[in-house]
Write a protein that binds this ligand. Structure first.
Ligand SMILES: C[S@@+](CC[C@H](N)C(=O)[O-])C[C@H]1O[C@@H](n2cnc3c(N)ncnc32)[C@H](O)[C@@H]1O
Length: 278
């Protein structure tokens, strides 16, 4: 018993040393820290660094925040820029423009202009206010927002990545729309009772790559066929009669979409598929 305890302390020695040194460092920092602002006083913002004098790379680096916009030219997105750009832009939000700024969390897919065919198809669709919409694999929640612009009602999502679900819920809070999320694999997760009879199912899918082409795919963003096949088998049970699915994938996926009434529209390296439920 004692030997196990002694061995444990031996293993813990670097950790304990770290705790002591860490404690000293925290004490030092606490002593140096300026007084906290009084309750009720606005906290002053850190001044922008004088150019050339102080510019640590992390201050100037890309912030991980993105804008999502819908205007006369359709949907667009892009990085907000550095923390400095973000700070200024958060102040500048213009209520007359349909635009939100959202963070994209680590491990979560970043939407880019390559996905515009999918987003513009949602905007051009006949989703009407009150329609029941399921967004599969919503990632940051970018498409949940666009779906909500159309349906103006609760957006249901199923997403495999739990970090993405937190991201999507954050986006929904920022944009002010209701969301109900299930974490799980759409091909096998047991869904709540109300996850059926959808007017629309939307998914910017993990792209189907020919065998061996998945090395560059990150975070569940690639498929060699089984996922697409299993999803298309489940799709009719999600849609109501006359419901539709809007799906983005690669041209390689076309062979899987030989379904009654399915249409496809190539757009750059992507293809937009629309699958009706007869
Ligand atoms: C190409 S990303 C699209 C993300 C987001 N919809 C967008 O447009 O930015 C594909 C998303 O599908 C999710 N995903 C992959 N396999 C899934 C599965 N079997 N069930 C549910 N979600 C899945 C991934 O985690 C990822 O967020």
């Amino acid at each position: 018993m004692l030997r196990r305890w002694a061995a444990g302390v031996g293993t813990l020695r670097p950790f304990l040393l770290g705790v002591v040194l860490g404690g000293l460092a925290v004490a030092r920092l606490t002593m140096d820290r300026p007084a906290a602002p009084q309750v009720g006083q606005p906290e002053s913002r850190p001044a922008a660094p004088p150019s050339g004098d102080w510019s640590p790379p992390e201050y100037l680096a890309y912030s991980g925040w993105h804008y999502l916009r819908v205007d006369d030219n359709g949907w667009s997105t892009g990085p907000v820029g550095s923390y400095r750009d973000l700070d200024a832009r958060l102040d500048r939000q213009d209520p007359s423009v349909q635009e939100i700024l959202i963070p994209v969390f680590p491990t979560v897919f970043v939407p880019t202009m390559d996905d515009k065919a999918y987003y513009n198809a949602i905007l051009a669709s006949d989703i009407r206010p009150g329609d029941k919409v399921l967004v599969v694999g919503t990632g940051s929640g970018a498409d949940a927002w666009v779906a909500w612009l159309k349906s103006q009602s609760l957006i249901r999502v199923v997403e495999l990545n739990p970090v993405a679900v937190v991201n999507a819920r954050t986006t929904a809070r920022i944009a002010g729309f209701p969301i109900r999320a299930v974490v799980g694999d759409i091909t096998r997760v047991q869904l709540p009772e109300d996850f059926r009879d959808f007017d629309y199912v939307l998914w910017n899918m993990p792209f189907l790559e020919p065998a061996g082409g998945l090395e560059e795919c990150l975070y569940h963003d690639g498929d060699t066929g089984p996922l697409l096949k299993a999803f298309l088998e489940r799709l009719p049970s999600l849609l109501k009669r006359g419901g539709k699915a809007i799906l983005l994938n690669t041209p390689h996926a076309a062979e899987y979409f030989r379904l009654p009434g399915a249409t496809s529209r190539p757009d750059g390296s992507c293809t937009l598929y629309v699958v009706p439920n007869p």
